[in-house]
Design a protein around this ligand. Structure first.
Ligand code: IPM
Ligand code: MG
Length: 347
């Protein structure tokens, strides 16, 4: 069982280190961790944010544990050399098209939500974000118009098979949960999302038990803070899912708590916290490692089929939070390593 560990930039290395300690503490026989450079760190060391060697290590692994990429000192590089291209490249190259971003309030943490506790307490939802298409992967550029004005442009599109395969992932996820699926689109304005809606309706015929609803993304953003408890599974495109999942994290209380899985058609998956590289606190030992530790649990479950140790990690995290273990993101004072220690103790 080979896990590629791609720590990346900013707080990536510090939070990933804690998740690795947790994985090692489980003492799983045959587990091998292989580290590789990615993001701005890889650009600085090898001249490319996703060096071929890193891609190969990722491809040859059974699961990828990913920290974060993003480095302000790289923001002026040509786009294809920027750190973000590493995660976009991994998603594309490895066919990681289904991004699962669960959001649930932990016991005792409702007071940290940006929402009223009784509203936040009802959150138990899963965002299924399409990850290989949409405007993120379309042709793009900055061109000069005949009259001399510069124009930025990005092509948004979804082919029906791309929508269909994420629809199946979402319907299956809904079957395993509350059997409610809300497809979020912008069909009132965008043709891309008219097709999206049409295909969702077509696929729904195969899942008669799942109640499918549709919501425009602006309304979904509003409903997510008004009454997030109404959602079970949300399925949406790459860009809307990017935005709504950050929003969902604050409804839960901290972006430092949310893990994610990016899955392919096979068992290979990439697991990462939904937060970014947080350059403002990088290297200070302040970041909350919980989202990454929970991502490691998702890796064990989804890519290695190891439910029992995954559940042990989740129980240790829940236990630590219930006992008042708090980093700065949750009004506490504990640093990255101390939070890792607290979770290891409970493991
Ligand atoms: C995310 C991130 C990435 C995205 C960035 C780093 C390219 O925001 O995983 O949500 O936009 O998908
Ligand atoms: Mg994002």
């Amino acid at each position: 069982m080979k896990i590629a560990v791609l720590a990346g930039d900013g707080i990536g290395p510090e939070v990933t280190r804690e998740a690795v300690r947790v994985l090692e503490a489980l003492g799983l026989p045959g587990l091998e961790l292989v580290e590789a450079d990615v993001g701005g760190a890889a650009y600085k060391a090898h001249g490319h944010p996703l060096p071929p060697a890193t891609l190969e290590i990722a491809r040859a692994s059974d699961g990828i544990l990913f920290g974060a990429v993003g480095d302000p000192t790289c923001d002026n590089l040509e786009r294809h050399l920027r750190p973000e291209q590493a995660i976009l490249g991994l998603r594309k190259e490895l066919g990681l098209f289904a991004n699962l971003r669960p959001a649930r309030v932990f016991a005792g943490l409702t007071e940290f939500s940006a929402l009223r506790p009784e509203v936040a307490g009802a959150i138990d939802l899963l965002i299924v974000r399409e990850l290989n298409g949409d405007v993120y992967f379309g042709e793009k550029g900055i061109r000069v118009l005949p009259d001399g004005r510069r124009q930025g442009w990005d092509m948004m599109s979804y082919a029906e098979d791309e929508v269909r395969r994420i629809a199946h992932v979402a319907f299956k996820a809904a079957m395993g949960r509350g059997k409610k699926l809300c497809s979020v689109d912008k069909a009132n304005v965008l043709e891309t999302f008219q097709l999206w809606r049409d295909v969702m309706i077509e696929v729904s015929a195969e899942y008669p038990e799942v109640e499918l609803s549709h919501m425009y993304v602006d309304n979904a953003a509003m409903q997510l803070v008004r009454n997030p408890g109404q959602f079970d599974v949300i399925v949406t495109g790459n860009m809307f899912g990017d935005i709504l999942s950050d929003q969902a994290s604050m409804c839960v209380g901290s972006i430092g708590l949310l893990a994610s899985a990016s899955l392919s058609e096979g068992t290979l998956g990439l697991y990462e916290p939904i937060h970014g590289s947080a350059p403002d606190i990088a290297g200070k030992g302040l970041a909350n490692p919980i989202a990454t530790i929970l991502s490691a649990a998702m890796l064990l479950r989804h890519s290695l089929g190891l439910e029992e140790p995954a559940a042990r990690i989740e129980a240790a995290v829940a236990g630590a939070l219930a006992d008042g273990i708090r980093g700065g993101d949750l009004g506490g004072t504990m640093g990255t390593v101390a939070i890792g220690d607290a979770i290891l103790e409970r493991l």
